[in-house]
Design a protein around this ligand. Structure first.
Ligand code: F6R
Length: 241
C-alpha cells in the first residue's frame, strides 16, 4: 500500500477526484464504489466540478454504494444513501435507475438484498475503483473488527464504536444494530482501492492501519495486502506515523 501524505483534506479530495476521472476516461464502463459518511464529501465536490469542466461522459459507467444502516432509507438524513444521492448522484448526469446500485436498508429479505447487489457487481466484472473512509475502529464499509474476510455482500452487527460515532450523522443515538455492506471479498477483489483518512481524530487508527499488524482486528489494515492500493492522509491524520 502506498501511503500518500498531503497537506490538507482539500488536496486529498482534488487528487482522488482527478484519479476517478482518469479511471472513467481509461475505462468508460468502470464500476465505481463510493462510501457515505463525512470523508468523501470533498471528493464528491471536486468530482462534480471536474466532470462539468472536462465534459466527462458518464453514460457508460456505474456506481455501487458501499453500505447502509439496516432500517434506514433515503428519508433519514445521515443515511448512506441520502448522502450519496444528495451530494453526488443527483448532481451528475447519470441514469439513476440503471447506473446506480445501492442497498435498501429496509429490504424485507436482507439476504436477497445482498444477492441483488452481489449480482450487480459480478455482472460488471467486479469493482474497478473503490474509495473508502476509515472508521475510528478501523472498519471499512461496515466490515467491523474481527471481520470474516470470505464474505461478499453481508449483514453485520455493528461494533459499539460505530454505534456511538453514528450520533454525528443523526444528531441523536438511533437504535441501529446492524449494517449491510460490501464484504471484504468485494473490497479486496477491487482492481483499485483508495483509502482516505483526515483529521487528528484519525491519527491513532491510521498508525494502527499503517504500522500495526495486518489483521482482521483492524479491517483497513487488510488493504495493505493489495500492493497497488493507496492511503491518502492529511498531515493531521499522519501525525503519529
Ligand atoms: C460509510 C462507511 C464507513 C465510513 C467510516 C468513516 O459509508 O462505510 O466505513 O467510511 O466510518 O466515517 P467518516 O467518513 O464519517 O469519518
Amino acid at each position: 500500500m502506498n501511503v500518500i501524505i498531503k497537506k490538507d483534506y482539500d488536496e486529498i479530495c482534488e487528487q482522488i477526484a482527478e484519479q476517478t476521472i482518469e479511471q472513467i476516461k481509461s475505462k468508460p464502463e468502470s464500476l465505481i464504489c463510493m462510501p457515505g459518511g463525512d470523508t468523501p464529501l470533498g471528493v464528491f465536490k471536486y468530482l462534480i466540478q471536474k466532470v462539468k469542466e472536462q465534459n466527462i461522459d458518464l453514460s457508460k459507467c456505474s456506481f455501487v454504494s458501499l453500505d447502509e444502516w439496516i432500517s434506514l432509507d433515503r428519508s433519514v438524513k445521515g443515511s448512506c444513501i441520502q448522502t450519496l444521492f444528495d451530494e453526488l448522484y443527483d448532481k451528475i448526469d447519470i441514469d439513476l435507475q440503471n447506473q446506480v446500485c445501492f442497498f435498501n436498508g429496509k429490504a424485507k429479505d436482507l439476504d436477497v438484498e445482498c444477492q441483488r447487489v452481489d449480482k450487480f457487481i459480478f455482472d460488471k466484472g467486479g469493482i474497478d475503483l473503490v474509495v473508502l473512509g476509515i472508521g475510528m475502529n478501523g472498519h471499512i464499509g461496515f466490515n467491523e473488527p474481527g471481520v470474516d474476510t470470505e464474505k461478499y455482500c453481508t449483514i453485520v452487527p455493528l461494533d459499539d464504536v460505530t454505534r456511538s460515532v453514528s450520533v454525528k450523522y443523526f444528531g441523536e443515538q438511533l437504535n441501529l444494530e446492524y449494517g449491510i455492506t460490501l464484504g471484504m471479498k468485494h473490497l479486496l477483489g477491487a482492481k483499485d482501492v483508495i483509502l482516505i483518512a483526515n483529521g487528528t481524530k484519525k491519527a491513532d487508527i491510521v498508525k494502527a492501519v499503517v504500522q500495526g499488524e495486518v489483521s482482521n482486528k483492524v479491517p483497513a489494515s487488510l488493504i495493505r495486502n493489495i500492493e497497488k492500493s493507496q492511503l491518502f492522509v492529511d498531515e493531521e491524520a499522519a501525525s503519529k506515523l
